[in-house]
Every structure is written in structure tokens, then in C-alpha cells.
Design a protein around this ligand. Structure first.
Ligand SMILES: [Zn+2]
Length: 324
């Protein structure tokens, strides 16, 4: 717009006459128009930006919020993984330590030991729904894990006490691997390698070559060392307290191993082989409690690391074939 276009009405002559501004007035007028336009446009811009995008402070907060939220999501995954690990420890606690020591198992409900009353996390209700949910979940999971760890600690204390009170029994109970090789097949229904149909596999199969050392897994007395049809050459050790172990498909007995001989845990009693109905050289190992075969995987605790135990359990559960 230009001030040259401004007119006034001359009543005397009945006509529009252009207004004549002097130079300074023109400059001031032009300048003020530009400044005013600038201010108005900037104002509109700021309003638009802060309404639809946010102020710089808000943008920084939003970025921070996004980072915190994704961090919280990651924490959630970590907590789930931790919970799984604690569950595994609890299972081993029940199935291995407490069972072997003749202690009552701790039930799932006892391990949960929930907190009652009103919602203890209602302080998070002020946020939007996904955030509130995530915050409540994380807080309650952490509380839950703390309780489970507390209960587990108490259980280990009890186990230690029980172990100290039962040292004699402890040296007799089968508690180590009977040979150095890795586990090949587990306990339960398995496809027989030679008979080619599923039947109960009452023990574990360990990798072993002919002549490899076979160790007794607890203190005891030799109950039998000889031949037994499909199992080939076997040794049975009576450990007292209701426990017996059986070692099969052997190729020979260690010196002095005969009925009535006393043996102590870790002592070599035989050599591995493939006698009897067997797929190839390996060691078949059974644990019997009160006359019934039980899963020997729960009796490897003295020399098995948690990682090795987890690996054995996986092999035991996934391999559907035995070497018998
Ligand atoms: Zn077997």
C-alpha cells in the first residue's frame, strides 16, 4: 500500500484531491505499517505454533516424556525376564532342594503372597490411560518381585539349616552326574531306538565312550553288579534312606565292585559301554526312591551349575528319543 493513494474531498470544488505528505511523514508512515504488520504476523505465528506444535519448552518436555516412556517399556521387558528367572529358581527350589531334603514345597500362592486392601497404586490414576497402566504394572511387578525374592531367601536359609541337620543323609543321597559326558536323553516316555516304539524311559542317558569312568552319585553299598537282560552289565547301589541308583550298558566293573562293597560319592564303580539293548556306547542312569524310578535330573544338584541344569532340563524335555 502506498500513501500516494490517499485523497481528501474538496467540498468547494466537489472533487477528490490527493493528499500531499512531506518526505519524513511518508517514511514514518511506511515504517509504522511494516512494523505493525511484522508484529501482527509474528503474533499469529506464535499462536499457531504453540497451539499445533508446542512452545520450545513444551517440545523439550515432550521429547523427555517420550524417552521416559520408552525407557519404562524396556523396564517392563526386563522385569518380565527377571520374573521368569525367579520362577525358574523357585521351581528348582521346590523340585530339587526342598524335595531331596524331604521339606514341604512352597506353593505358588505362598510365593505370590499378595498385598490386599485398596489399590496401592491409585496415585498414578492422574495420567493418561496407557501411562497409568504402565506405571501401575511396573510398580506392582517390582513389589511382587521383591516379595518373591524375600520368600526365596527365607527358603534358602531353611534349606541350609536342613542340610546341616542332615549331613549324613546328604552324603548318601544321589547328587552328582554319574559320568563326565553331556545329557543326551531324559526321563519319561521315549521312542526306543531298537524296538522302534515309545515306552517309559526310567532314567537319563549320558554321552560316554566305552571305558569312560562311571561314578557312584552318593555314598552307599553295592547291591548288585552283574548282567540284566536288556540293560546289559549293570551296577545297583543302595544309598539307604529309600534311595537306589542303577548304572547300565556298562563294559566292566571297577576293582573291588561286588555285592556288599562300600562306596562313597564320586568313586569310580564301573566303565561305560554298550552292553544290552543299546543304540551305541552311552551311560543309562536311574534313581529309585522307595522302589519307584524318579527323574534323576532332580538329583544332579551338587555339581550342576544353574546354566547346566537349565540346559539339561531343556534337552531332557525336547529329545523324544532315548538310547535306552
Ligand atoms: Zn537310557
Amino acid at each position: 500500500m502506498s500513501i500516494k493513494n490517499h485523497y481528501y474531498y474538496d467540498e468547494k470544488n466537489c472533487e477528490f484531491v490527493p493528499i500531499e505528505y512531506n518526505r519524513i511523514e511518508q517514511v514514518v508512515y511506511n515504517l509504522s505499517i511494516w512494523i505493525l504488520s511484522g508484529v501482527v504476523l509474528t503474533g499469529i505465528g506464535i499462536i499457531l505454533l504453540s497451539t499445533y506444535i508446542g512452545t520450545p519448552a513444551e517440545l523439550a518436555l515432550k521429547a523427555e516424556n517420550d524417552v521416559l516412556y520408552s525407557q519404562l517399556e524396556e523396564t517392563k521387558s526386563s522385569l518380565i525376564a527377571l520374573d521368569d528367572q525367579i520362577k525358574e529358581i523357585a521351581e528348582k527350589d521346590n523340585e530339587v532342594y526342598r524335595s531331596v531334603l524331604g521339606m514341604e514345597k512352597i506353593s505358588y500362592e505362598e510365593r505370590q503372597a499378595g498385598i490386599g486392601g485398596t489399590d496401592p497404586y491409585s496415585e498414578f490414576d492422574v495420567y493418561n490411560e496407557p501411562t497409568t497402566e504402565l506405571l501401575k504394572w511396573t510398580a506392582s511387578k517390582i513389589d511382587n518381585l521383591e516379595r518373591k525374592i524375600g520368600i526365596q531367601k527365607l527358603s534358602f536359609e531353611e534349606i541350609k539349616q536342613q542340610y546341616n541337620n542332615n549331613k549324613e543323609r546328604m552324603s548318601n543321597i544321589p547328587a552328582i552326574k554319574p559320568t563326565a559326558g553331556i545329557l543326551l536323553s531324559g526321563f519319561g516316555m521315549r521312542n526306543h531306538p531298537i524296538l522302534k516304539y515309545p515306552r517309559p524311559h526310567n532314567g537319563l542317558d549320558f554321552r560316554a565312550d566305552i571305558g569312560d569312568a562311571v561314578l557312584t552319585t552318593g555314598d552307599g553299598v553295592i547291591k548288585y553288579a552283574g548282567r540284566q537282560s536288556t540293560l546289559g552289565l549293570i551296577v545297583i547301589v543302595d544309598h539307604g534312606f529309600g534311595y537306589e541308583t542303577l548304572y547300565a550298558h556298562l563294559s566292566g566293573f571297577a576293582k573291588g565292585i561286588k555285592k556288599g562293597a562300600k562306596v562313597s560319592r564320586g568313586q569310580q564303580i564301573a566303565m561305560a559301554g554298550d552292553s544290552g539293548l543299546s543304540e551305541g556306547p552311552h551311560l543309562h542312569y536311574e534313581v529309585h526312591y522307595k522302589g519307584q524310578p524318579v527323574d534323576p535330573i532332580y538329583y544332579l544338584f551338587a555339581d550342576t551349575s544353574p546354566e547346566e541344569y537349565a540346559l539339561f532340563k531343556e534337552i531332557s524335555e525336547t529329545n523324544k528319543n532315548s538310547l535306552d
